[in-house]
Design a protein around this ligand. Structure first.
Ligand code: 13P
Length: 355
């Protein structure tokens, strides 16, 4: 694979009207989500859930890639097809989470640094042989009056860049995810400042490690007021601050920016993406989604661990994928949430025609 091939995979992941399904929760995280609904977490129930998501009829029209966890990429669907292959036959690129988690940062116990570099080259080689074509590594930045420290920002930026460089060596497109958390009472202005500082450090480290920007994607947080901040920003304010921050800190050579949802309500995350794409002015990268909770939550709720609800779960995922696909080209409307839709109903395409 050449750097040209990496670029073409990156461009495929941000093809017009499409984004990424993040379904790479670790076993403890998915178990916590299942627990809230009283669904038992077993290897079998997690497999059933992921297969439900990955084979949702029609969703491939809006989903370019799906990020898996190590357990999932080794699992087979009910008809014996490896789940990575079940994605690939629908034209969905298989992806894999490769970090081993955010661990307390020595010397600053309220902050974390993401681990997983040791042995990463061999793991990437194995995942590529299993069909993965892109990877994900998430750095977590806590925001308070005093944090993040520059030690935390720089340690995470360095690890992200080392990971990205190894991915490209092993022919996988790296998704570089520095997440500034929305927990806390900070203002949107403070989030914008810290997100800018973090992006600046990340692109500096990527440059230092020789990462080809054309063959990667950035997965940032949107610029938001903290969840506990008394003044929540409007959709327009979020869109304006987010785009301004990206313009200042993300080189134009990066083909795409795929936002994480970070705990936003599913419809709000869609409205924010749509508003960002509707803003005037230069946007040198595709702006799309790589949502976990904002795509999955309605599907998980509809399924509730019951076989008789599998079709309802798939329909819920389809609806979110369709709305976010529209938002990725600035053509999402509230009315889309009210229509009854199915994969066979092509009418949703009509309302995307130029306005
Ligand atoms: P959320 O969209 O739920 O934040 O998940 C995205 C993700 O992949 C986090 O690493």
């Amino acid at each position: 694979m050449t750097s040209h091939d990496l670029e073409s995979v990156a461009l495929t992941l941000v093809a017009e009207g499409k984004g990424i399904l993040a379904a790479d929760e670790t076993i403890p995280t998915l178990t916590r989500r299942f627990d809230t609904l009283g669904v038992q977490s077993t290897e079998q129930s997690r497999r059933t859930y992921r297969e439900m998501l990955f084979t949702s009829p029609g969703a491939a029209e809006f989903i370019s890639g799906a990020i898996m966890y190590d357990e999932t990429i080794r699992q087979k669907s009910s008809d014996g097809t490896p789940l990575a292959e079940a994605l690939a036959v629908q034209g969905i690129l298989p992806g894999i989470k490769v970090d081993t988690g955010a661990k307390p940062l020595a010397g600053s116990p309220n902050e974390t640094v993401t681990e997983g570099l040791d042995g990463l080259r061999d793991r990437l080689r194995e995942y590529h042989a299993m069909g993965a074509r892109f990877a994900k590594w998430r750095a977590v930045i806590h925001l308070t009056d005093a944090l993040p420290s520059s030690a935390c920002v720089n340690a995470n930026a360095h690890a992200l860049a080392r990971y990205a460089s190894l991915c490209q060596e092993q022919e996988l497109v790296p998704i570089v995810e520095p997440e500034v958390l929305m927990d806390g009472s900070h203002t949107i202005e403070r989030c914008e400042g810290v997100t800018g500082t973090v992006l600046h450090a990340v692109f500096n480290a990527l440059f230092e490690q020789g990462v080809a920007l054309e063959g990667m994607l950035l997965k940032p947080n949107m610029v938001l007021a903290g969840k506990e901040c008394a003044r929540q920003a409007s959709v327009e304010e979020v869109a304006t601050a987010t785009l301004r921050c990206l313009r200042r800190h993300v080189p134009a050579a990066v083909p795409g920016v795929v936002f994480l949802s970070g705990g936003q309500n599913a419809r709000v995350a869609t409205a924010h993406l749509n508003a960002i794409n509707r803003l005037p002015g230069p946007k040198p990268w595709k702006l799309s989604f790589s949502y976990g909770r904002a795509l999955q939550d309605p599907a998980l709720e509809a399924w509730h661990g019951r076989d008789e609800n599998l079709a309802a779960g798939q329909n819920a995922l389809y609806r979110r994928a369709r709305s976010n696909g529209a938002a990725s080209i600035g053509k999402y409307t509230d009315e889309m949430e009210l229509e009854s839709v199915s994969a066979d109903d092509a009418s949703h395409r009509r309302e995307w025609s130029d306005d």
